[in-house]
Design a protein around this ligand. Structure first.
Ligand SMILES: *[C@@H]1O[C@H](CO)[C@@H](O)[C@H](O)[C@H]1NC(C)=O
Length: 567
């Protein structure tokens, strides 16, 4: 056993005893709330370009940092998988729109691939007309099916040339390059797209890209790189918003926001001021890091204090957290027409003071430990425990911290641990039911939630996890060259929530569940027949042509022999 695991185990045990003491009779999960969502509430599913499109070098697309990262050799991604083909979504637009219609969603959230539109990343170099046409046709097809596109400009796939030439998000020149790219998108698609998300989960982009190195570009610039990247991302977001606001808003009348992901942080001991502070710090270092500049004009006070103090103790003459000038603060403040929120799970938080001399790191700066309750169900990814009540608390936090902004839930969902061909995803159904219900409660609490995006439409390339974590409503058979999609039971269940706009009454909701599970076993049989189909595909594509060729050759030889014997 590695020491990290020992430490974790020890903390888990400690947590159990402390939770037992601190939470006797606390109303963790109040009863299920039957009711419906406000009229016009928008239901959708989401995805991102790199995770689904494939066609990584087709029709003039340039490489992204994720193409380079996945191609760069062993050990970066589980099973050394790439997303060169992924779900083959680039060639399956019509097919996937049928799935969206089957789900009866009112919106679809997807991202544009920056290097598909600008192969070098720079607008002045070259605009890829075929990239423009691909997304333009896709948007038209969605609208024709009455599905509102919610379009993310940047979901982690930075053009590789910007990384090579400038160091990507470490370099301030990204702000203008992103601004130019955003402007191109507003110009090309803004007549039809009315909901824009500048960045998706920039915290993970910064932390995994520049602190842990688990994501592209794979750098480990502990305690500095992530803050610098985030600084430039926030400025780039603001620039895109201003460009929309001054040039396009009057004509296009859309909304521009950002999508921030954060788990809920609950104090281990709700009677301990230190734990309460640590949990607050967890949220400020997660959500506040990006939301506070955008809603209040600067980084959270607690980040400025902690990182500043630790930087001095580490012998630096200035804070590792960059500083916004007065001008920048007022330029950034108020640059979101809505708040996009992504949320998956919850952590218990307790204080832990790390000595500054350990050296700079995000972990060291936060002075806290994240814990989980071993009683939480974790049937999906290892980190993803189902804790629905945390969602309501996060929504309430966002509502009160940022002046009750319009909120779009931009990501929420769960993966499956099972590798087998399992379409009866009761686990996802329970998660959906619990989390959507807590969102309904948050609306009753007064949160201004406009829409919900379940994550995600398809099983897809899950970054460093390869294809091992399946988040999709639709199962994708990645081993099959055609990447066929199969509906899981949750498709029916979510479709029922959407059609009823919530949870009308216990009898009906229970019947959805039973119906969904009935259908999935039939679909399971379809999927089980799939290996046979791909076998037949091999027969038609390899065996038949080979046999035919051989027949022709043999006939020719026989004919020659026949002719010889006659002469
Ligand atoms: C940004 O990139 C330019 C061009 O390569 C370079 O001159 C500059 O030093 C870079 N800035 C930083 C902070 O890396």
């Amino acid at each position: 056993m590695k020491p990290v695991q020992v430490v974790t185990l020890w903390w888990v045990l400690l947590l159990v005893s402390r939770l037992g003491a601190a939470r006797k009779g606390s109303p963790e999960e109040a009863s299920f709330y039957y009711g419906t969502f406000p009229l016009g509430f928008s239901w959708g599913v989401g995805s991102s370009a790199f995770q689904t499109e494939g066609a990584w070098d087709q029709d003039g697309k340039g490489p992204s940092i994720w193409d380079a990262f996945t191609h760069s050799g062993k050990g970066k991604v589980l099973g050394d998988e790439t997303a060169d083909v992924a779900c083959d979504g680039y060639y399956k637009v019509q097919e996937d729109i049928i799935l969206l219609r089957e789900l009866r969603v009112s919106h679809y959230r997807f991202s544009l691939s920056w290097p598909r539109l600008l192969p070098t990343g720079v607008r002045a170099d070259k605009v890829n007309k075929r990239g423009i046409k691909f997304y333009s046709d896709f948007i038209d097809a969605l609208l024709k099916s009455n599905i509102t596109p919610i379009v993310t400009l940047h979901h982690w796939d930075l053009p590789q040339l910007l990384q090579v030439k400038y160091g990507g998000w470490q370099n301030g020149s990204m702000v203008n390059y992103f601004g130019d790219y955003a402007d191109l998108c507003f110009e090309a698609f803004g007549d039809r797209v009315k909901h824009w998300i500048t960045f998706s989960d920039p915290r993970t982009m910064a932390e995994k890209g520049f602190e842990t190195g688990h994501h592209a570009p794979g750098l480990q610039l502990h305690g500095t790189g992530l803050y610098r990247a985030a600084h430039h991302i926030i400025k780039a977001h603001a620039q895109a918003w201003h460009s929309y606001n001054s040039t396009w808003r009057a004509k296009q009348r859309g909304l521009v926001g950002i999508s921030l992901n954060c788990d809920w942080g609950e104090p281990v001991d709700i009677s301990s001021p230190k734990d309460i502070e640590a949990a607050e710090r967890y949220l400020q270092f997660c959500l506040g890091w990006f939301a506070n500049p955008i809603y209040a004009g600067d980084y959270p006070q607690v980040m400025k204090e902690r990182i500043g103090k630790k930087s001095v103790e580490q012998g630096l003459d200035m804070s590792r957290l960059p500083v916004f000038s007065l001008q920048e603060k007022s330029y950034i403040k108020g640059t979101s027409d809505f708040l996009g929120l992504g949320h998956f799970t919850t952590r218990y938080i307790t204080e832990r003071n790390y000595p500054s001399r350990q050296g700079p790191s995000y972990q060291n700066d936060r002075d806290l430990v994240e814990l989980v309750d071993p009683n939480w169900p974790d049937l999906g990814s290892k980190w993803l425990y189902s804790v629905p009540w945390g969602f309501r608390r996060l929504l309430h936090f966002a509502q009160t911290q940022y002046g009750n902004p319009p909120i779009y839930v931009t990501e929420n969902g769960v993966s499956q641990k099972l590798h087998c061909t399992q379409l009866c995803d009761e686990w996802r159904i329970q998660y959906l039911k619990g989390y959507i219900n807590e969102m309904l409660k948050a609306i009753k609490d007064g949160a201004n939630i406009k829409g919900y995006t379940s994550w995600s439409l398809l099983d897809k390339f899950e970054w460093e996890k390869g294809y091992s974590d399946r988040y999709g409503f639709y199962y994708v058979e990645f081993n099959n060259r055609n990447k066929p999609r199969y509906p899981k039971a949750s498709v029916q269940y979510y479709e029922k929530i959407i059609t009823a706009n919530g949870f009308p009454n216990p009898r009906e909701v229970e019947s959805w569940y039973l119906k969904a599970l009935e259908t999935c076993s039939i679909n399971n049989q379809m999927l089980a027949a799939e290996p046979l189909l791909s076998h037949m595909q091999m027969v038609t594509e390899i065996v038949v042509p080979t046999v035919c060729t051989l027949c022709v050759l043999i006939s020719a030889v026989l004919l020659m022999l026949l002719l010889r014997s006659q002469s």
